[in-house]
Design a protein around this ligand. Sequence first.
Ligand code: SF4
Length: 466
Amino acid sequence: MFAGMNITLVSPYELGRQPFGLAEPATLLQHAGHQVRCCDLSIQKLDSAIDVHTELVAIYIAMHTATRIAVEALPKIRQLAPNAQLCVYGLYAPMNVELFRAHGVPYIIGGEYENGLLEMTEGLRSGTAPTTGAPTIRLEKTAFVVPDRSALPTLDKYASLILPDGTGRTVGFAETTRGCKYFCRHCPIVPVYEGRFFVIPADIVLQDIRNQVAVGAQHISFGDPDFFNGPGHALRIVRALHDEFPALSFDATIKIEHIVKYPDEIRILAASGCLFILSAVESVDDEILELLDKGHTRADLLGALDIMRDAGIDLAPTFVAFTPWTTLQRYRTLLHDIAALGLIDAVAPVQLSIRLLIPAGSHILHIDGIRDCVGDFDPQILGHAWQHPDPRVDALQQQLQALVMQAEAAGQSRNEIFQAVWQLAWQADDSTAPPLAMPATERPIPRLSENWYCCAEPTCEQLVSF
Ligand code: SF4
């Protein structure tokens, strides 16, 4: 008789969303005959799902912060399940092979990880798996299944949507694609997917959302790296959703280049319930945008903003505010433009202090001359440390990071925090800040109760406790 394994899948953290990357592979492994428990560390404790009978613990690491938390959780996992095999899977797993090897994790699977998980568990169950699996980046089509999310914490435990009038909506989370067809140099997806993206079939996505609506979701946050890598696929899904659930709203992430390229499709999103679009604007400086190979210019940002406002969708921009090419003047220009474009309330304050993260294999390392300020890979920060040629810029970034964290903890508004950031940006070289002019377009926008960012700003202890 087939004896499945006792498996626990752990998600350290995913920006307050109920992880597809936990629920879907858990369902797949259950279909293969294993007993699977899930632990979302952002809400649950390890001992709720791991014990001495656990034979395999696989940790899902989709982002930098999750990777840091995973490393810190390993000793407790070993203590709870001393005989369990260990695996990490997800985007950040193959980028941190040496780190996880050093922590005694033999199985490392990146990219489209489902088949790798199935093969590894089959090998472990039958005793044919090598003691140390070769780290793999799987880039093949997956036979996706509709995730059974019933074993995860309920949606009301996760981030919610906050509307401008202060009311909230319960948020579900879905993905329609993984990977990305672009090569932005700073993006952690590029070293793994190298310009490829994979579609999750529409019937799987729709059923997953139906299931979440049935348990209370009123808004869906689409977590695709870019919702318009396959615009036809995305539109098919949102049209079908709107027909079935006319009151359901959603948000998605779309690059500026795509917003400019697909204005008609943006209007269709608006008519289908899209409230806001997150976009990795990164910079308003054309030279920096060129270095990052972002595929858009400052003029494109203005064009995209016009298209979005015309369609009635809010833009929530994210930035890499501090790069080796960010001067004090360029940083002040960024702040000036955010204010002048009426985006102060649309930008989460943490975005004003984000510093470029250079993970292992980052294409940033291909930029001529970058090695002058970038050091070797540092396992402490899970990336390459770098120093700005002007120490005042690094000092400003650190002051801003502390300011933003304290101000948010104190409950200050985005506007209040922005004013303080503006002052500090001018004090960095003892200049006097000019008055801030704000246009009439400045107004609150819908937002999720947890900020989007891809590198670690809060400490792990603030996000989880094991
Ligand atoms: S930054 Fe966005 S568009 Fe660029 S490679 Fe990454 S996911 Fe794709």
